[in-house]
Design a protein around this ligand. Structure first.
Ligand code: BTN
Length: 262
């Protein structure tokens, strides 16, 4: 790696994202530490970065497995309004997808609502956890896990439908360059969000799920249908075989992957 990751107290000046960096060699989960800092009223944009996680978590409390020192593991504390929260996941997925397109020059897309894929294989996952006080949003923690220099396909824990930036380019990628790229894009997008802009159109343009037949875990049952598009809030509109539509909210459903069945 040509450039090392930023150390504790270093920061990205003139940006909200990265206003303070807390870097750990090993941590339980960057989400947990970021939440603690948020509860202690840390500055907005504070970032917790780790080289390794012992208990990394994904959506629906799944484990998030990464290779020590080889992948990007980061959580960012933000304080948007509740009405802006839906766009925070969009900003993160767009920023990661743009970075992956620039680095790999491959076909990069978003699997609704928050996986980034290269040629259909997962390279990154985004997890947004938020805390409410009555109907006011206290904070949102945006967790981003990117397979940078690992070889996830060879790891039985991560399954056969994952990839990394290294696997797509054949070159070791400096994690700092990945971080710089996503922080800069996310910062621009987050400023748009705070100014009242919607990111739905930009985000929807990157979603590969639209037009696909999908299997959705919906409550306790599975529903099959065709993904028709997303509504202004970013919910997925799915037409069932009987012709009726259902609206799927990202935090509540999981799409079954055609390859792995997960
Ligand atoms: C998913 O695909 O389910 C989302 C995965 C999010 C993983 C990241 S890695 C950094 C941060 N810390 C965690 O424990 N999880 C997120």
């Amino acid at each position: 790696m040509s450039e090392s990751l930023p150390e504790q107290s270093q920061q990205y000046s003139n940006q909200i994202i990265g206003s303070r960096i807390v870097h750990h060699k090993v941590i339980s989960s960057t989400m947990t530490e970021a939440e603690q800092l948020a509860n202690q009223d840390c500055d907005e944009g504070t970032v917790v970065l780790a080289d390794n996680q012992i208990s990394g978590r994904g959506r629906f409390n799944r484990d998030w497995i990464s290779a020590p020192g080889k992948d990007l593991l980061v959580s960012i504390v933000l304080r948007p309004k509740l009405s802006q929260l839906r766009y925070v996941n969009m900003a993160a997925t767009i920023a990661v997808a743009d970075m992956a397109k620039n680095i790999t020059e491959q076909s990069v897309s978003i699997k609704w609502p928050n996986d980034v894929r290269i040629n259909g294989k997962k390279v990154a996952g985004i997890l947004v956890e938020s805390a409410l006080d009555n109907s006011t949003l206290k904070h949102a923690i945006v967790g981003i896990g990117i397979n940078v220099n690992s070889d996830p396909e060879s790891d039985p824990n991560t399954g056969g439908n994952s990839t990394s930036l290294f696997m797509e380019t054949g070159e070791e990628i400096p994690i700092k360059s990945v971080l710089d790229s996503i922080f800069s894009s996310m910062n621009e997008l987050y400023i748009k969000i705070l100014q009242g802009c919607s990111l739905t159109q930009m985000w929807a343009g990157n979603i590969d799920t639209i037009g696909e037949i999908i299997n959705v875990k919906y409550g306790d049952s599975f529903v099959e249908g065709i993904a028709r598009g997303v509504d202004p809030e970013g919910n997925l509109i799915v037409t069932k075989p009987d012709g009726s539509d259902i609206t799927l909210v990202g935090g509540e459903v999981t799409l079954k992957d055609a390859f792995t069945g997960t």
